[in-house]
Design a protein around this ligand. Structure first.
Ligand code: ZN
Length: 88
């Protein structure tokens, strides 16, 4: 049930990566959570990222905020860009 209304904000992958830890911690408000879920529904790259995140959390027992340095974020964003380009 995806409603593509103008109201729905379209996240960039970079924004998704920045929001996903808060999303997993339940720290986002309803609108932000919906934006994250909406992005997941149409972005396979971030879907995989979330799955890896969940696997990491299962392994270490908490959201690995410390492991996401800004360099790692930059690498991820580049990887997503590459993914999207090849997916076309
Ligand atoms: Zn994405």
């Amino acid at each position: 049930m995806i409603e593509s209304k103008a109201q729905e904000p379209d996240l960039a992958c970079r924004e998704f990566v920045e929001m996903v830890t808060a999303y997993l911690e339940g720290a986002l408000d309803e609108q932000a959570s919906l934006a994250v879920q909406s992005h997941l529904s149409h972005c396979p790259g971030c879907d995989v990222y979330l799955a890896q995140m969940l696997a990491t959390i299962a392994a270490v027992g908490h959201v690995p905020v410390e492991s996401l340095s800004s360099t790692a974020k930059a690498d991820l964003t580049a990887a997503f860009r590459d993914f999207h380009m090849r997916a076309r």
